[in-house]
Design a protein around this ligand. Structure first.
Ligand SMILES: NC(=O)C1=CN([C@@H]2O[C@H](COP(=O)(O)OP(=O)(O)OC[C@H]3O[C@@H](n4cnc5c(N)ncnc54)[C@H](OP(=O)(O)O)[C@@H]3O)[C@@H](O)[C@H]2O)C=CC1
Ligand SMILES: O=C(O)CCC(=O)C(=O)O
Ligand SMILES: [Mg+2]
Length: 741
């Protein structure tokens, strides 16, 4: 390559964006000294919105489409991208971000909830591109390798986090449907020849309505289709609401409305309707006029009350209060503010919410701010059962002990929008009863389902090359780490049965002598993995895209207290590297605390680990010797960082995110000053190491002195860059030392 080696570092949202204001200048200074450019690319929700509307903005306001650029780069060998977690916006978040940008003077159109013209529809389509999980699927041109590095695992064993005790008589359980769900209706076909397919709804009246045409398919790829009956779902939810009340447990719903941005908001809305039915029915006309949409949560109702006559609004509030007396208690997101599990579809996200419940003795919070046993409703059966296995295990054997438990790394099938997480553009709320058929080019029906109006029908694609790459990655990880690997695949599912056949075939391409590789249905795989973990044994989980997501929060949260400490690598299929930081989200709670107290408890360890892996990749792929020196010394710094426990203290008066960055810089500079592989770098970093060590007290003092007061950074979705940077770099001594490098 002729260009200087380059790492692209993403600017995202919320806590990780704040952290980046402090960390990126350090990274740029260190990398710059070694001749490596670290360039920011803005993929925040706000930037992604602005990039959709160049025509509405002035020259000065226009921003480039950095996400599209990164997406193209990810399919080339040159990619070296550090990707921090970003907001996957629900509709309420998207609308809030648009409103904030409008207030800041960007003349964006409003979000057209009910498009009335072609122009409205075009605007809505642009906004919908930004909605939900719209970043990760673009960048993930490779499969996923997530694990706790040994140093992190050892740290967790030495300093185990608190795990809530479990009682054998806990009433907590998972509730799922027994029929009428995606699991029960899945069909799958193997595409024989490249070409295209179409999806049609053949109405009961004989009319054909094309849902999708010209959808390209590759030879060897798997297509599967399934449907959730909304009638069955509603009946199930009614029964669960009644049962939660009978059992005196909290009612909670756990979905992935961000990634499953078409299906899961509908499921969420069905639950909101079921829970609040008496009030919603009684006030149907008023709520309709106010534009309330249950898919956006009961929070949307409260947001619209001011638009109604005061007495109607008061009556609705009173009716909801009265309804609560007849309903089971709802799990709360924020009991102080009265935010329930059914307020906003993106507040409770299953990958993080179920592990948090399991870590908290199987309890969630009730309206009185107390913990209580819970009914966790996860309607579809494809993956719900794994959580019930964990719950049963904890009831039988007590909470897991992070001081001894084994580790569960994951190799996840993810590339090229694999499986359910790529299905949103092939997911439909069915407008009328009939049959949905997937047709090949000759018009033959490959798959066919009977549907009723309102049902959720979806199709998923899983390409062959990603499956083959995933099997290879699993074998490689099993070999390198000498750890048994289990493919979590359910032969009773049409899709999984096809994947099993491919896995068996592609395993044959590798030398698996001496390796323990098995294929087990998810619940059995979970039982085996948990039993081993209790005996301090590690087990690699090799899973599809959804279980990748679920397990890489579940196990890190049990083992390490948070998924922020995961190493999360995406070896891109074209040869580049995508280095995700941790496996968790953008932690909105952390921003609230920062704004109120100028204390940011975000732990950047995930960023530190990703950066080391990125530098390592740069060295390997370009032969850049100084990248190797930076990588090795950063490894050493990370080890010392863990050893000396310099993560944010989580208490006001101790170091926060910024203080932890200072210590990383100190240890990294010291490691560079101590190494002898590159004398010039040694000489360059020795004075910095000295200056930082000499001024440790002063710098930490300056960083802590700002805590305890509210900060204003001029925005939530698009904070003022200068104010944010100033707030995140409050130590003049540290800034000067870094500037002198
Ligand atoms: N890869 C990505 O881009 C991802 C993006 N998301 C998005 O993030 C947003 C929030 O998602 P949510 O499910 O609430 O998950 P979060 O991970 O943001 O929040 C759950 C909890 O995880 C802990 N946590 C996560 N990261 C860190 C960290 N670096 N340091 C310390 N603690 C951390 C915190 O727990 P505690 O309370 O114990 O401090 C936090 O409150 C959503 O918009 C979601 O779509 C979610 C997952 C991945
Ligand atoms: O893209 C998203 O919305 C979330 C991604 C996620 O949770 C994960 O990959 O673990
Ligand atoms: Mg996740």
């Amino acid at each position: 390559m002729s260009d200087a080696p380059k790492i692209l570092y993403t600017l995202t949202d919320e806590a990780p964006l704040l952290a980046t204001q402090s960390l990126l200048p350090i990274v740029q200074a260190f990398a710059g000294a070694a001749g490596i450019a670290v360039e920011p690319r803005d993929i925040s929700l706000a930037a992604r919105i602005l990039a959709q509307f160049p025509d509405a903005l002035s020259d000065a306001q226009r921003v480039g489409d950095d996400l599209a650029e990164l997406g193209r780069l990810a399919t080339t060998p040159a990619a070296n991208i550090i990707k921090l977690p970003n907001i996957s916006a629900s509709l309420p978040q998207l609308k809030a971000a648009i409103a904030e940008l409008q207030r800041q003077g960007y003349p964006l159109p409003d979000y057209p909830e009910e498009p009335r013209s072609e122009q409205d529809s075009a605007v809505k389509a642009r906004y919908d591109k930004v909605k939900g999980s719209a970043v990760n699927p673009v960048l993930r041109e490779g499969n996923s390798d997530r694990r706790a590095p040994l140093s992190v695992k050892n740290y967790a064993r030495k300093h185990p986090h608190r795990m809530g005790a479990w009682r054998a008589d806990s009433r907590t359980h998972v509730a799922h449907m027994d029929a009428g769900d995606f699991y029960g209706s899945e069909q799958s076909v193997l595409v024989a020849q490249a070409g295209s397919v179409a999806i049609e709804l053949l109405g009961q009246d004989g009319r054909r309505h094309m849902l999708r045409t010209g959808l390209a398919v590759q030879a060897g790829e798997l297509l599967d289709a399934s449907v959730m009956s909304v009638r069955a779902l509603a009946a199930f939810l009614d029964a669960q609401i009644a049962d939660a009340r009978r059992q005196e447990v909290l009612f909670s719903l756990h979905l992935k409305a961000t990634m499953m941005k078409v299906s899961d908001p509908i499921i969420f809305g069905t639950a909101v309707r079921a829970f609040y039915a008496p009030v919603l029915d009684k006030h149907a006309a008023a709520l309709e006029a106010a534009g309330f949409d249950p898919d956006n949560g009961i929070g949307d109702l409260y947001a619209r009350l001011p638009a109604l006559p005061a007495d109607t609004a008061a009556q609705i509030r009173a009716d909801i209060a009265a309804l609560y007396a007849q309903r089971p208690a709802l799990a709360m997101v924020d009991s102080d503010k009265g935010i329930t599990n059914l307020h906003v579809p993106s507040d409770v996200i299953v990958d993080a919410s179920m592990p948090a419940m399991i870590r908290d003795s199987g309890r969630m919070w009730n309206a009185a701010g107390q913990q209580q046993d819970t009914k966790a409703v996860i309607p579809d059966r494809c993956y719900a059962g794994i959580y019930q296995v964990v719950i049963e295990d904890c009831k039988a054997h007590g909470a897991f002990d992070p001081a001894i438990m084994g580790s569960v790394p994951n190799v996840g099938l993810m590339a090229q929008q694999a499986e359910e997480y790529g299905s949103h553009d092939k997911t439909f709320r069915i407008p009328a009863a009939g049959r949905v058929r997937v047709l090949d080019q000759a018009g033959n029906a490959l798959m066919e389902h009977a549907v009723e109006a309102g049902d959720i029908w979806r199709m998923c694609q899983t390409k062959d090359a990603p499956i083959r790459d995933w099997v290879k990655l699993a074998v490689t990880r099993a070999r390198l780490s000498r750890t048994p690997a289990v493919f979590w695949l359910d032969p009773a599912r049409a899709h999984d049965a096809q994947v099993i056949a491919k896995v068996e075939r592609y395993l044959g391409e590798h030398d698996t002598k001496g390796l323990d590789i098995r294929i087990l249905p998810p619940q059995e795989a979970m039982r085996m993995t948990l039993a081993r973990a209790r005996r301090a044994l590690d087990t690699i989980s090799v899973t599809g895209n959804v279980l990748r997501d679920y397990l890489t929060d579940l196990f890190p949260i049990m083992e390490l207290g948070t998924s922020a400490k995961m190493l999360s690598i995406v070896p891109l299929m074209a040869g580049g590297g995508l280095f995700e930081t941790g496996a968790g989200g953008s932690a909105p709670k952390h921003v609230q605390q920062f704004l109120a107290e100028n204390y940011l408890r975000w732990d950047s360890l995930g960023e530190f680990l990703a950066l080391a892996a990125s530098l390592e990749h740069l060295a390997d792929s370009t032969g850049h010797a100084r990248a190797k020196v930076l990588a090795d010394t950063l490894d050493a710094a990370n080890a010392k960082f863990l050893d000396t426990d310099k993560s944010p203290s989580r208490k006001l008066g101790g170091i926060d995110n910024r203080g932890s960055h200072f210590y990383l810089a100190l240890y990294w500079a010291q490691a560079l000053a101590a190494q002898t592989a590159d004398a010039a770098l040694q000489a360059r970093f020795a004075p910095l190491a000295q200056a930082l060590a000499d001024n440790e007290q002063a710098i930490v003092g300056e960083l802590i002195a700002v805590q305890g007061q509210a900060v204003d950074i001029g925005g939530y979705y698009r904070p003022d860059r200068e104010r944010m940077a100033a707030a995140m770099r409050p130590s003049a001594t540290f800034n000067a030392a870094l500037g002198a490098l």
